[in-house]
Design a protein around this ligand. Structure first.
Ligand code: G3I
Length: 516
């Protein structure tokens, strides 16, 4: 256990160096030629860095032994924030007894992965050890400045930006009561910023709060405070907008305009804790709203030069704080509990300018990038095989990585075996690159208790291009008959035509067709 304030010797990974590295990588990828495949796909941070921003994630010590989790954390994100390990209850549980061991694990991880660190947080009413609240009023200021001095000194060179004071306002814009406010009034904020600056003159110093993303009483209070602090010469570099959003409460009112007014004061802004929760269970409408909210946050940040970056409050539902705090709510993150990408991820990628078929920025889920054409190659609708013929056409303006694409053709299983064989009989792409399987529908509907799912191992579809005809075939393992006449995706046409009962997904997001 480390109980001392030791000066970090680790080299700082500065934002400019990090962005330059990502830009060089993007350029090298372009020069290597050819459209990006899944393996070459730019990371979230590379996409953001190409626009002069970082893209980061919160993390926490208990999560890091999860190797799959840590791999994505280390590769996809250019910035990390410790969710708990730099808070006061962890770093100074007893007065003068400092323990930076957990935070050091986070800064070491960041250094190993070329990431910048946002330090969170020096002064907060929550996760505050009991001894602070028990102090006589006249000792609180010294305790606070001692704490800031010790922690900001320890992490000098390893933390690029600090949330110096966290969550200082009530919803109506009045100051939140805390041991600090009670002892010092609102001046505790200026005092905290000055102490942090003295300890680490190179760190960017932020005030951070939730529900300050849009215009409103709370962000008005933050704006008035920021203006006053700057007028008084207090060291303040930026405003952190946590952005814990929920689809049931609507998107913050005029987020971009709100960011712009802080930028006009000469401040940076950062989205520091983004997630978008919903009441469970999730459904298509909530998922579409969530994707849209994520994209709108990215759009706002990209539109404001002083918005330096976006941090998601962890990237996976597996480690979200939401279900513990809001029972019945969740599914708030970009990846699901199995670390699989969700539609919101494709939406964020598209908003960041990825040319991988994620959809139009700001209009996630809008059909039109790909369309499916279908014909039945089957002379009998009541024999023991189903033979869909399929073509995909890129109707958008950018290339689509086929490895991001899946297609679903729904049918009813009738009686007989519940296991299937599937086949690709012909594809100009080569059947070796076409994947196919049958799965049971999660929610069986009329004529649609199973679906044939088709995917691609590699390849890219240029704007206007077609995959050409892909001849598919399936049978039950007992070779019993089907009756395709009432199957959801079936039709009797023998020439190719648009098929809106076949669904096409890019990055997991529905871009064509109507699900049963
Ligand atoms: O460490 C103990 C563990 O020993 C114990 O067994 C367990 C039992 O519940 O609790 C563990 O502590 C939990 C801690 O996270 C570490 O996992 C606390 O109960 C739990 O309350 C705490 O939640 C954190 C929360 O802040 C506390 O307010 C979340 O992880 C953290 O993501 C969250 O982050 C905050 C930001 O700091 C500020 N903005 C809002 C955001 C979400 O609430």
């Amino acid at each position: 256990m480390s109980l001392v304030n030791r000066r970090r010797r680790s080299r700082a990974v500065g934002l400019p160096a990090l962005l330059a590295g990502a830009l060089a990588l993007a350029l090298a990828t372009t020069l290597a030629g050819g459209p990006a495949t899944a393996a070459q796909q730019s990371t979230l941070h590379e996409l953001a860095a190409a626009q002069g921003k970082y893209f980061g994630s919160a993390t926490d010590n208990p999560e890091l032994p999860d190797a799959a989790y840590a791999a994505t954390l280390g590769s996809e994100f250019g910035q990390i924030t410790p969710g708990n390990s730099m808070k006061w209850d962890t770093t100074e549980p007893a007065r003068g007894q400092f323990n930076f061991a957990k935070g050091d694990v986070i800064t070491d991880f960041a250094q190993q992965h070329g990431q910048i660190v946002r330090g969170h947080t020096l002064v907060w009413h929550s996760q505050l050890p009991g001894w602070v609240g028990a102090l006589p009023s006249d000792q609180v200021e010294t305790a606070m400045t001692d704490h800031i001095t010790a922690e900001a000194t320890h992490y000098r060179g390893a933390v690029a930006a600090w949330d110096v004071v966290n969550e200082m306002f009530n919803e109506d814009g009045t100051y939140r009561t805390s041991p600090f406010y009670t002892a010092m009034g609102k001046d505790y904020i200026a005092t905290a910023l000055r102490a942090a600056h003295a300890a680490d003159p190179d760190a960017k110093l932020y005030l951070n709060d939730y529900n300050v993303e849009g215009l409103g009483a709370k962000s008005d209070a933050m704006y008035a405070l920021a203006k006053e602090l700057l007028a008084d010469g207090v060291p303040l570099d930026g405003i952190g907008m946590q952005a814990h959003l929920a689809v049931q409460y609507g998107f913050p009112y005029r987020m971009q305009a709100n960011m712009e007014r802080f930028a006009a004061l000469g401040l940076d802004v950062a989205v520091t804790e983004l997630d978008v929760r919903m009441q469970l269970p999730a459904d298509a409408t909530k998922v579409a709203s969530q994707s849209s909210y994520y994209a709108q946050v990215v759009d706002a940040c990209l539109a404001v030069r002083r918005c330096v970056g976006i941090t998601v409050w962890d990237y996976t539902d597996k480690y979200s704080w939401v279900p513990d705090t809001f029972p019945g709510e969740g599914a708030a993150n970009l990846y699901d509990e199995n670390l699989q990408p969700k539609p919101a991820l494709a939406s964020v990628r598209a908003a960041l300018g990825a040319e991988d078929g994620g959809g139009d920025p700001g209009e996630p889920g809008e059909p039109g990038t790909l369309k499916a054409l279908y014909r039945s190659s089957d002379s009998s609708a009541t024999d023991n095989q189903i033979k869909p013929g399929l073509q995909l056409v890129n109707t958008g303006g950018t290339a689509v990585a086929l490895s991001d694409v899946t297609v679903r053709y729904w049918f009813s299983s009738e009686s007989g075996a519940a296991t299937y064989r599937t086949w690709c009989d012909w594809s100009p792409l080569g059947c070796g690159t076409v994947t196919h399987r049958v799965a049971a529908a999660g929610t069986p509907a009329a004529g649609a208790d199973h679906y044939l799912e088709v995917g691609f191992g590699s390849g890219s579809l240029a704007p206007g291009a077609s995959t050409g005809e892909i001849q598919l075939r399936l049978n039950k393992t007992d070779w019993s008959n089907f009756d395709e006449s009432d199957d959801y995706s079936h039709s009797t046409g023998t020439t190719y035509s648009d098929a809106d009962r076949i669904a096409v997904y890019v990055g997991g997001e529905l871009v064509w067709g109507v699900e049963p």
